[in-house]
Design a protein around this ligand. Structure first.
Ligand SMILES: O=C(O)CCC(=O)C(=O)O
Length: 318
């Protein structure tokens, strides 16, 4: 028994020191900038393979979108169309609220009605965000595809594949994306406004709490109040309960040891957000962005991350 306890304690110590060791070995203290897009080989060698983020300038100066995409232009091209808008009472879609994992009300609405709310021409209860991550740019906004490229050529060449999804993001400043990670190599391009990213490398996993939550969805009733409707059929969802802007360190003391990287991505800049990096995102009001999701390689790096995740879970009291 004493041996078993000693083994558990040894694993706990390894997990506690691993994030700092990985940080010293692999990651800078801030996100570096590149002045121009790299060659495919250089990008793969210096950023994708080591799983390091960077911000790339002058990568899409040639897209008409950069000059054309004002709210007036989008209204002219897209105004009549029905688009999916995520509506929440507090700006948090897909986030933990009162021990539920709550998803937004997905409202199909004319794009012009959404713009009226964004431009404060009309008021409507809730916070509105066009953020459906089903390649909504190609699926819901094909009219806009002539203003940019369907893929990032040097990234497609570096990875030997096309993007799985090209997403369009436009919303209110109160709309926040809660801390999470994705299995994508993500090229995130800001067309206008600013996005504020808070990042953690995957190696910070031992300091980032995850719990299981029953899924639910916001619904707005006739009187304009939001209710949370439980989704009885679905399984519990693993999610991060912690708000990195205001972490509850009494409940999650390990997070005090995690060191986020922060970066603001401005109009004309592209963030390379490597697969499995945790990210929390805020934005300026009416920020317009497009991102390209390339599926990650499910290689040894992925397997090591899964091992780290499993060990962390095993050491976390339920
Ligand atoms: O822009 C946002 O609000 C979230 C972006 C994001 O989570 C992603 O690109 O994976």
């Amino acid at each position: 028994m004493a041996e078993a306890e000693a083994a558990v304690e040894a694993v706990r110590r390894c997990l506690a020191s691993f994030p700092e060791e990985a940080r010293e070995l692999c990651f800078p203290e801030s996100v570096p900038y590149l002045d121009s897009p790299p060659s495919p080989l250089q990008f793969f060698r210096e950023w994708v393979c080591p799983n390091k983020p960077c911000v790339i300038r002058n990568a899409f100066n040639h897209w008409p979108a950069l000059k054309r995409w004002t709210l007036d232009y989008l209204r002219e091209i897209m105004g009549e169309k029905l688009v999916s808008v995520a509506v929440t009472p507090n700006g948090y879609a897909d986030a933990v609220y009162q021990d539920w994992f709550v998803m937004p009300e997905e409202r199909l609405t004319p794009f012009s009605a959404f713009l009226d709310i964004l431009e404060k021409k009309v008021t409507s209860p809730g916070v509105f965000y066009v953020q459906k991550q089903c390649s909504n740019l190609t699926e819901e906004f094909p009219e806009l595809m002539d203003d940019l490229e369907p893929e990032i050529p040097w990234m497609s060449e570096a990875l030997g594949k096309k993007p799985d999804a090209v997403n369009f993001w436009l919303g209110e400043s109160a709309a926040v994306t809660s801390l999470h990670k994705d299995h994508y190599e993500n090229l995130y391009c800001v067309i206008s406004g600013e996005k504020h990213f808070l990042l953690h490398p995957p190696s910070d996993r031992p300091f980032i709490p995850h719990e299981l939550y029953p899924p639910a969805t916001y619904h707005i009733s006739e009187d304009g109040n939001f209710e949370i409707v439980m989704d009885k059929m679905s399984e519990k969802v693993p999610w991060i309960p912690l708000d990195p802007l205001n972490p509850d360190l009494e409940r999650y003391p390990e997070y005090a040891q995690a060191k986020p990287l922060r970066c603001t991505v401005k109009s004309g800049e592209m963030l390379y957000l490597p697969s499995l990096w945790f990210h929390h995102v805020q934005q300026s009001h009416g920020c317009i962005a497009v991102n390209y999701w390339y599926d990650m390689e499910y290689d040894l790096k992925y397997s090591y991350y899964q091992l780290l995740d499993s060990l962390t879970k095993a050491m976390t009291p339920t």
